[in-house]
Design a protein around this ligand. Structure first.
Ligand SMILES: [Zn+2]
Length: 375
């Protein structure tokens, strides 16, 4: 199961944590922060494997002892996974254990470098928002109160920890502060932003750095991505392997065409067309709306970077570059800050369940004004 051993580009961090484990100085609760595609989960798996390995081959797990073999099969009895899920039809609790099969198949087939978008797709959630419920917290407490099967470390991974509800986090506070002996909590989140302060103060924060360009490049090569797509994908992926893979596999031509059409409509102050486009955006559904807004924000940022003469820093595909060059003069320091704020606000509104049509119509009206604002 080679895919599970790849803590790409994060080998130094694995070695450092393993050393802390050996010297008994490992924090009992850590929060790995950074986009999931930077490899936090791979790191957590490598560390758990290392802690459970019965032959203390330094500095890595041996790969052949019974414990390492259980890790290969994702069946180690003292490695527990919690991740965001929804309530299955006909059940009254949202528990990770009900979706463990999906989680394992994801890890087996895709490897540890996936993100929430990948997991949502695999779980076929549609527009439903997965979360970590208070019932899951009770499950965690129950699991950790049992004796470790092998008499060693119990490792509880909480992936997507930002999806913990407040009552979930509160229920876990005490055990995170004072875990039973030989219990390790590894929480993973995009950032510290949506984590309760009381959880933050009880965990050691370990920032996961972006994956280096050369590591991301050879990883994509290993996946069999066509050579001519790799450079763009790595540039757009920004050290996040899940994003790099998506950029390499996905065609953003649709988003680009929509963006161009929308910007032309706003520039022409065509209210009737803007209303029709708002209907189209509405019908995309919440996740695609968010993705489009993120793309629009990316394009606006790239235009301003291009304007300030840092053309080499512009992260655009060849097809996008032509449009961006023509469009860039209309984005300047007199309107760019407001444009970004409006796009970010629209994304928040979409997340907060504001009616899609209203969000996009308001946003278009603001863009019409901003695009014509003098420099
Ligand atoms: Zn081993």
């Amino acid at each position: 199961m080679e895919a599970l051993r790849e803590a790409i580009g994060q080998e130094a961090l694995v070695a450092r944590l393993a050393e802390r484990a050996d010297t008994g100085t490992l924090a009992h609760a850590m929060l790995f922060t950074g986009a999931p595609g930077r490899g936090g989960l791979a790191l957590a798996l490598a560390l758990a494997r290392r802690l459970h390995c019965t032959s203390k081959a330094q500095p890595e797990a041996c790969g052949s002892c019974p414990s390492c073999q259980q890790h290969d099969q994702l069946q180690h009895p003292d490695l527990h996974f919690t991740f965001p899920v929804i309530k299955p039809p006909g059940k009254d609790k949202a528990l990770s254990s009900d979706q463990l099969g999906t989680w394992r198949s994801m890890l087996r087939e895709v490897g540890p470098h996936f993100d929430m978008t990948d997991l949502r797709d695999r779980m076929a959630l549609g527009n439903k928002q997965p979360f970590i419920s208070v019932h899951e917290a009770a499950d965690v407490l129950r699991r950790l109160s049992l004796t470790a099967h092998a008499g060693g470390w119990k490792v509880q991974v909480i992936w997507g920890a930002q999806s913990m509800r407040t009552d979930t986090a509160n229920k876990l506070l005490k055990v995170i502060e004072e875990p039973p002996a030989k219990t390790l909590f590894i929480l993973l989140a995009d950032s510290t932003e949506n984590i309760l302060a009381t959880i933050l103060s009880r965990t050691q924060i370990v920032p996961i750095p972006p994956v280096a360009v050369e590591d991301a490049t050879s990883w994509l090569e290993g996946l069999g991505v066509a050579g001519d797509r790799i450079e763009d994908a790595v540039a757009l992926g920004e050290g996040d392997l899940a994003r790099c893979r998506r950029m390499a596999m996905e065609d953003t031509a649709g988003e680009f065409a929509m963006f161009v059409d929308w910007m032309r409509t706003c520039f022409a102050r065509d209210g009737r067309k803007a209303a029709a486009l708002a209907d189209g955006f509405h019908d995309l559904g919440r996740e695609d709306q968010k993705q489009f807004l993120a793309y629009a924000l990316h394009m606006v940022r790239q235009c301003i970077v291009g304007n300030y003469g840092a053309a080499v820093a512009v992260r655009l595909r060849a097809s996008e570059r032509g449009f961006a060059e023509k469009f860039a003069p209309y984005i300047h320091h007199g309107n760019v800050v407001d444009m970004q704020m409006e796009l970010e606000k629209a994304a928040r509104d979409v997340t907060g369940n504001v009616y899609g049509r209203t969000v996009f119509l308001d946003l278009s009206m603001r863009m019409m004004e901003l695009l014509h604002r003098p420099r």
